[in-house]
Design a protein around this ligand. Sequence first.
Ligand SMILES: [Zn+2]
Length: 166
Amino acid sequence: MTKVIEHTSRGKWSRSGVPHKGWTCVGVDDLEEPSQECEMCESVDIRYVHYMEHPDHSDILAVGCVCAENMEKDYVRPREREMGMRRIARRRKSWAERDWRVSQLGNPFLNSEGFNLIVFERGDGFSITVSRRGADRRQVGKKCYPSQDQAKAAALGALMWAKSHL
Ligand SMILES: [Zn+2]
């Protein structure tokens, strides 16, 4: 864990033509495990990716939090993005551990945060219905998932959507 020392002299940090500041984050991603080398310092494997863009650099670089901080010269926002990704990852993990019940029609369902989520078979796959409990508002998902488990995992997204739309 001494990697942070002289972090900004490694990889592209010491390559000419690569700007050291003025980068903007244009997106983030969670690779679910450290599986890709930071494209800036080229010395750490990263799980949470910050995609960085610069007007004087043709490529978008996929970098880790420490490099993102230095590239943006901002030591607050990259950390917040990182924490947001960690929060979502934790949420996804605990969501995957939840027990679904089976409705009278034989469909798996889950009640969470005042909403009712149902996974049902449609065509060759599975779709999701979400409704606010005790209300008429309901949304049937347009997406079809190849397996029931994939639909259950995607139901978290449906719940998030429902919380702001239903
Ligand atoms: Zn780095």
